[in-house]
Design a binder for this molecule. Sequence first.
Ligand code: HEM
Length: 142
Amino acid sequence: MKTSLYEATGGLETLQRVHKIFYDKIYAHPWLKKFFEGFDQKIIEDKQTSFMGEKFGGPEYIGKPLDQVHENIFIPQELVNIRHEILRQSLDEAKIPNDLSVRWLRIDEAFMKQVTKKSIVSFYRDYQFKYKQRIIHPAPKK
Ligand code: HEM
């Protein structure tokens, strides 16, 4: 039987190690950190670990559906690209072998479109629910 990516990467321990490096960077990033204010980093790390773990062939994800969690957040393509680059750097720092890191990034990329908003106009049109406020953080001035 073919080894799952979960087993090949080292499973839970590796996912936790990579996501600690990853979210340390996210929580320190001048733009990305704004979205996570008030959210406990360890809880976010554990959710991301559970989410990716399932996609890698590990235990079932114990979190909310991705589109629902991000529906009220204005996430433009530029921001998603920054996040993806940070993930690439984190995998490098964690010394994940290149073939596995390529697969990891490809899986992550497959979910990016579920959270990305095409434009502010379409975001206002598509997200009109009152139960969660819209969250918009423009890029900080350089
Ligand atoms: C730049 C892009 C992104 C931003 C700014 C962002 C932001 C956030 C924020 C603020 C939360 C907490 C929301 C809440 O609990 O109400 C969250 C949760 C989460 N995000 Fe993202 N996210 C991004 C991209 C992604 C991507 C691409 C994935 C998957 C590959 C992802 C996976 C998750 C997961 C699994 C959770 C936890 C869901 C839960 O609470 O059950 N995010 N994200």
